[in-house]
Write a protein that binds this ligand. Structure first.
Ligand SMILES: CC(C)(COP(=O)(O)OP(=O)(O)OC[C@H]1O[C@@H](n2cnc3c(N)ncnc32)[C@H](O)[C@@H]1OP(=O)(O)O)[C@@H](O)C(=O)NCCC(=O)NCCS
Length: 190
């Protein structure tokens, strides 16, 4: 595995390595109450010092084989972080958990769908995963829609699974198997 994670490009976007100077945008974007309310472990407000630690930990994921986290930006403005997408890899089981968030100003333009689709393709093709899944807080309709557009299917509800804002929340599990992944026809039995 190379030292640095890949840079992936889509029609409109670039998914690039996170940098320490992204921390203020991570803190502001993910810590926005409109975003943080749907993220299981993100506080609001989100201190920049904590965002810096998060960037360092997520950068280390790649070198340790634990997965990948990439900044999402417009191709024309690669320095301006709009959000992040990630795969947390469990190599022994050939599965990874997909995570993502976007700054609220960037919602509603198909950015989450375009960026997660590219990362899912990368996960199946380059990380040779057998399964990619996501866990969504109940009521997060936009996120469930993104996962459905990726071809993921709902696999059930973990009732009262996480505590957030002094309340227990149900979590909906979504998953996509390698055999169900569009471009994967040629190597289904890997
Ligand atoms: C979830 C999130 C990433 C979606 O980003 P986005 O770029 O706006 O998503 P897209 O534009 O690619 O797709 C959103 C889809 O949900 C739909 N949608 C949006 N809000 C909706 C709502 N309240 N009810 C139903 N559908 C909704 C959109 O119409 C679109 O579907 P369509 O293409 O069929 O019209 C963004 O809202 C976000 O960051 N939310 C907070 C963090 C989060 O939830 N992260 C995921 C944790 S599992």
């Amino acid at each position: 595995m190379s030292e640095h994670p890949p840079t992936l490009s889509t029609e409109r976007l670039v998914l690039r390595e996170l940098r320490l100077d992204d921390a203020p945008a991570v803190a502001a974007g993910a810590g926005d109450p409109r975003v943080a309310r749907y993220l299981i472990q993100v506080p609001s407000p989100y201190p920049i010092s904590l965002a810096r630690r998060w960037v360092i930990a997520r950068t280390e994921w790649w070198s340790l084989g634990r997965g990948v986290t990439l900044a999402v930006a417009w191709r024309a403005r690669p320095d301006v972080l709009l959000g992040t997408v990630s795969l947390r890899r469990y190599a022994r089981d050939r599965r990874a958990e997909l995570g993502y968030w976007l700054a609220a100003d960037a919602w509603g333009q198909g950015i989450a769908t375009e960026s997660t689709r590219t990362l899912v393709d990368f996960g199946f093709r380059e990380l040779v995963l057998a399964r990619i899944y996501a866990q969504v807080l109940a009521g997060n309709t936009a996120s469930m829609r993104v996962l459905e557009k990726l071809g993921m299917v709902s696999e059930g509800v973990k009732r009262q699974h996480v505590r957030k804002a002094r309340r227990l929340h149900d979590v909906v599990l979504y998953g996509l198997l390698r055999a169900e992944w569009g471009p994967g026809d040629d190597d289904d039995d890997r």
